[in-house]
Design a protein around this ligand. Structure first.
Ligand SMILES: *[C@@H]1O[C@H](CO)[C@@H](O)[C@H](O)[C@H]1NC(C)=O
Ligand SMILES: *[C@@H]1O[C@H](CO)[C@@H](O)[C@H](O)[C@H]1NC(C)=O
Ligand SMILES: *[C@@H]1O[C@H](CO)[C@@H](O)[C@H](O)[C@H]1NC(C)=O
Ligand SMILES: *[C@@H]1O[C@H](CO)[C@@H](O)[C@H](O)[C@H]1NC(C)=O
Ligand SMILES: *[C@@H]1O[C@H](CO)[C@@H](O)[C@H](O)[C@H]1NC(C)=O
Ligand SMILES: *[C@@H]1O[C@H](CO)[C@@H](O)[C@H](O)[C@H]1NC(C)=O
Ligand SMILES: *[C@@H]1O[C@H](CO)[C@@H](O)[C@H](O)[C@H]1NC(C)=O
Ligand SMILES: *[C@@H]1O[C@H](CO)[C@@H](O)[C@H](O)[C@H]1NC(C)=O
Ligand SMILES: *[C@@H]1O[C@H](CO)[C@@H](O)[C@H](O)[C@H]1NC(C)=O
Ligand SMILES: *[C@@H]1O[C@H](CO)[C@@H](O)[C@H](O)[C@H]1NC(C)=O
Ligand SMILES: CC(=O)N[C@H]1CO[C@H](CO)[C@@H](O)[C@@H]1O
Length: 636
């Protein structure tokens, strides 16, 4: 036999330890048709009473609920009360976990059977022998090892590039789990495990990360498949991500980005990765880009709290506008962008997308650390750009009412401004803004991205693939080519930007000692317009031109999107009236991010702004159209 030609008996004798190296990567289980991931490592151990042993005849795990009542006496009525609280507070917990109840801190005694509603539970009170347990749902095995329960949700809107799971050592892996019959599953831990503290203000907050940020242990795609496979998994975590992790937030996955964070529009673009699905209205509107997955996921999934995006020329604001969410482009330079793919370091910023403005603010506080100061003295002057003056449409009426509400709240006066004519009035000897800033943005992004991203990528790929070039989507390819051909330069673009910024800072949004910014600038974010994703588009062109979207980038000032309502349209997809979001952008002087967050929180507190809902409508929620009829077990 050939085998003996290769192995001596001595060599074989040393092999069994290699052959036996089987390790668990966790388990996927189903409990009353809901899928759960059980991580490989237990979090505690209890001594199991004899009476429980027959429960393991059906399988290796039995569901368990940990109650921590804080008293030594515990009754069936307490179980009912706590169960109702758990069901209201958490989407991972369900009554099926009541099969075994472990009461921490209760007077120790023999196990007892209790009936709560229609559930018959075994209550055990014997002590934890290893670890200390937080309240909530768990799984226990016959040895008494206790494992966390992570609920698995289906990524029905294609918002994620991959799922993520902490390895417990600061690194992450792709989640080794799925839902039967579904494509990508994302796992979320029970909210009951976490208690917010001063050092962990985001404890248990679930967040997704645009796939341009490094997370130690995970590969990064930048929206490009060749890039994803060319480079090894990241060996460090980007600062904005790390700041959120340090505050207690839980990474659940990497999210879809348009390629190299350039602006792409479905359906002709998005060749390497498919654009996420905007859940609003008919479900076939563009998500905007580049933080497309963050916008779609936050709008679609109630189980996701916040998404980390980036904004160079609108990449957080666009997805927030078309999906009716809170989204911020912060002041430039507010957080370090190490271990993050650059588009234009002169313009790149790291921003957050959320449904709840309080969660949004808390995450921003943790992410920007000492670089954000929260103040609540507000300007009493509002400058508006292109605001409607008569209520010709539903969106107009919402915008007029909202401006009136904000003006009343601040006891402020609102004044319309035309940036272009104001510039020309103040700077008669300089070219109009339409000339000064026409090519500034495309020169900055592409001429900066060529040496930082394209050239090393091409060289590394060519070295591995016999001089070949990797595939690149049409939009970044065209932009790079145009910028390479242009005789304009980055220093020239920065000089034009600086001219504009100085004027803006001294004439439009000037700093104020008392209110941070002497005034607020408001412009229309979205009015419920359609951008159908099933339309064939014309060839891409560089992003020339100057508009409201580019003010904050050139001026380095914060620009925050808030949802104010929705407007009807006749959908060509459904042949029915559907609704899309109406949003407003608030701007203030550079460094006034904290003032804007406080103002938005106050407007929310008095009811002028509302928490956005997940689903078909940000105002009334509702099941996403194409998902209707999916049971809860599918994880919607
Ligand atoms: C208990 O009964 C209620 C009402 O019939 C039902 O909704 C619930 O699913 C039942 N719980 C379990 C765990 O079977
Ligand atoms: C981490 O990865 C970077 C980029 O691939 C590489 O330059 C660096 O040497 C790596 N550092 C360590 C400690 O492996
Ligand atoms: C605060 O801003 C400075 C200047 O941009 C930057 O160097 C620093 O890293 C920032 N701090 C954090 C926590 O990111
Ligand atoms: C602002 O509006 C108030 C009334 O709301 C008015 O009394 C005041 O004169 C206005 N101020 C300016 C500068 O227009
Ligand atoms: C500003 O005014 C100019 C000149 O009247 C006009 O052409 C332009 O459309 C105005 N811009 C906006 C945004 O209204
Ligand atoms: C902006 O630049 C492009 C490319 O050079 C040019 O085609 C376009 O006419 C310019 N627009 C303005 C307003 O100057
Ligand atoms: C800078 O501004 C000048 C007008 O003063 C314009 O001709 C030029 O195209 C601009 N260049 C860039 C890169 O913004
Ligand atoms: C840049 O120049 C090359 C060579 O002349 C040309 O083939 C290409 O089309 C140009 N790119 C753009 C975007 O104009
Ligand atoms: C704005 O102007 C003030 C006062 O002139 C100055 O201190 C500040 O650095 C300027 N900020 C920007 C972003 O230009
Ligand atoms: C939808 O179409 C009908 C028929 O053309 C029209 O009467 C109605 O105003 C339209 N609704 C909207 C919201 O555009
Ligand atoms: C909260 C609040 O003040 N909302 C007001 C906004 O404006 C509309 C229209 O004037 C009022 O109806 C709301 O009460």
């Amino acid at each position: 036999m050939r085998l003996y030609e290769f192995f001596s008996i001595g060599a074989l004798a040393s092999l069994p330890s290699v052959f036996a190296a089987v390790s668990s990567t966790g388990y996927t289980v189903s409990l009353t048709d809901i899928s759960y991931f059980i991580p490989p490592k237990p979090v505690g151990k209890i001594s199991i009473p004899e009476s429980l042993s027959d429960k393991f005849s059906n399988g290796p795990f039995v569901p368990l609920t940990v109650f921590t009542p804080g008293t030594t006496t515990f009754t069936a009525a307490d179980i009912s009360t706590l169960t109702a609280q758990y069901l209201a507070a958490d989407d991972v917990f369900q009554e099926g976990f009541l099969e075994v109840i472990y009461v921490e801190g209760a007077a120790s005694g023999a196990s007892t059977e209790v009936t709560v509603g229609n559930i018959s539970s075994t209550v055990i009170t014997s002590g934890v022998t290893e670890g200390s347990l937080n309240p909530g749902p768990y799984f226990i095995n016959a040895a008494g090892d206790i494992f966390e329960a992570w609920r698995l949700y289906s990524d029905t809107n294609g918002a994620f590039t991959e799922s993520a799971m902490s390895n417990g050592d600061g690194s992450y892996s792709v989640l080794p789990a799925g839902i039967l019959g579904q494509k990508l599953a994302i796992a979320v831990p029970s909210r009951l495990y976490f208690t917010k503290t001063d050092t962990k203000p985001l404890a248990g907050l679930r967040f997704g990360i645009k796939d341009i940020y490094d997370v130690k242990g995970l590969r990064r795609s930048n929206g490009n498949r060749a890039w994803y496979w060319l480079y090894p998994p990241a060996n460090a975590t980007a600062t904005p991500v790390q700041n959120l992790i340090d505050a207690g937030a839980v990474i659940v996955g990497k999210m879809i980005t348009s390629q190299f964070a350039n602006g792409e529009t479905a359906t002709a673009d998005w060749v390497d990765y498919h654009e996420s699905f905007n859940p609003r209205g008919d479900g076939y509107q563009d998500t905007s880009s580049s933080s497309a997955g963050g916008g779609a996921g936050t709008a679609a999934y109630g189980w996701l709290d916040v998404s980390l995006g980036s904004d160079t020329g609108g990449s957080v604001r666009g997805p927030a506008q078309v999906q009716g969410l809170y989204g911020n482009r912060p002041s430039h330079g507010i957080v370090s962008l190490e271990h993050t793919m650059p588009l234009s370091p002169v313009l790149d910023t790291s921003g957050l997308i959320a449904r709840d403005p309080l969660i949004w603010k808390a995450a921003a506080k943790a992410m920007y650390k000492d670089n954000i100061t929260f103040t609540s003295e507000y300007p009493s002057s509002i400058t508006t750009l292109s605001w409607p003056t008569s209520a010709d449409t539903v969106a107009d009426q919402l915008l007029l009412d909202f401006l009136a509400n904000v003006t009343t709240f601040l006891r402020a006066n609102a004044t319309a401004l035309n940036i272009s004519t104001s510039w020309t009035h103040d700077n008669p000897s300089l070219p109009p803004l339409e000339d000064l800033l026409n090519i500034t943005y495309p020169i900055l992004i592409s001429q900066q991205q060529i040496p930082l991203v394209r050239d090393p990528f091409y060289a590394d790929y060519a070295a591995l693939h016999d001089g070949r070039r990797p595939f690149v989507d049409p939009v970044p390819l065209l932009r790079w080519s145009w910028a390479q051909n242009s005789s304009a330069t980055v220093p020239e673009a920065i000089a034009n930007k600086t001219l504009f910024m100085s004027w803006f800072n001294s004439s439009v949004l000037t700093p104020s000692a008392s209110t941070c910014s002497s005034s607020l600038l408001m412009y229309v974010g979205s009015i419920g317009s359609t951008v159908y994703r099933n339309i064939y588009l014309s060839d891409p062109v560089p992003p020339y031109g100057f508009g409201e979207w580019s003010l904050s980038g050139f001026a380095e000032a914060p620009d925050f999107v808030v949802p104010i309502g929705e407007a009807p349209y006749n959908s060509t997809v459904t042949g029915h009236v559907e609704y899309l979001p109406v949003t407003v952008d608030f701007m203030a002087a550079k460094g006034c991010d904290g003032m804007l967050f406080e103002l938005i929180e106050d407007l929310h507190r008095v009811g002028i702004l509302k928490t956005a809902l997940p689903g078909r409508s940000g105002v009334s929620g509702g099941e996403i159209l194409f998902r209707r009829g999916m049971g809860m077990g599918m994880g919607v």
